[in-house]
Design a protein around this ligand. Structure first.
Ligand code: TYD
Length: 202
């Protein structure tokens, strides 16, 4: 399962809440964030988000992909193999939206890069917390170099996410991030329940 959305959309809160709810019902589960959650990934995160030495666009896409490859190899695949659920605060779709559309590298090329970096792994379900760009402006957010790229960038990111959801409606569930956290949590829990009833596990 993964959570996606713009900055200040509330996705990290919902990822945590889902992990707590799964753990409470006895499901083995691990939470990871991207970029990060491995020693190399956390180092790359510092480099990417500090904004001291902004990489060129292709280099930026490759660095996010490197963090993702490391996470999949070291954490995600071993967890899934052991029957542990993995909840990801951002995953491959972030790069399609931010580097593919935001930076203009192209959604298709970034999707191919993701595919290579992850060995073709995609979440079973992705929750997209959708927030209009002007609504996000009023919210406090942990500012990082990428979050500060301006309204036009963030609008491209948002549209790319919505296009992904339209293309893969079975996987990507769009949620209105302006609703209350409790309401959103209930919607997510219902959707996870339906997915489980569908006979899927893991
Ligand atoms: P995150 O820690 O989720 O911050 P926030 O909760 O403020 O959104 O993500 C860090 C930043 O990295 C965020 O601005 C989005 C960006 N990012 C990309 O540009 N590409 C990627 O592939 C990923 C995973 C994140």
């Amino acid at each position: 399962m993964s959570f996606e959305g713009g900055d200040a959309s509330g996705k990290s809160t919902q990822a945590r809440r889902l992990v707590q709810a799964l753990a409470a019902r006895g499901t083995p589960v691990v939470l990871a964030r991207e970029p990060g959650s491995t020693p190399l990934g956390e180092r790359l995160r510092e480099l990417l988000l500090a904004g001291e030495t902004p990489p060129s666009p292709r280099a930026e896409a490759l660095l996010f992909a490197a963090a993702r490859a490391e996470l999949v190899e070291r954490l995600v695949r071993p967890a899934l193999a052991a029957g542990v659920w993995v909840v990801l605060d951002r995953f491959a779709d972030s790069s399609v939206a931010y580097q593919g559309a935001g930076l203009g590298l192209g959604a298709d090329v970034v999707a191919r890069l993701n595919d290579w970096a992850t060995g073709g792994l995609l979440p079973d379900l992705t929750f997209l917390l959708d927030l209009p760009v002007d609504a996000a402006d009023g919210r406090t957010s942990a500012a990082d170099a990428i979050a500060g790229r301006g309204a036009a960038f963030r609008e491209r990111v948002r549209q790319a996410y919505l296009e992904l959801a339209a293309r893969e409606p079975e996987r990507v569930v769009v949620l209105d991030a302006r609703k209350s956290p409790d309401t959103i949590e209930e919607e997510i829990w219902r959707r996870v329940g339906r997915w489980l009833e569908g006979g899927r596990s893991g």
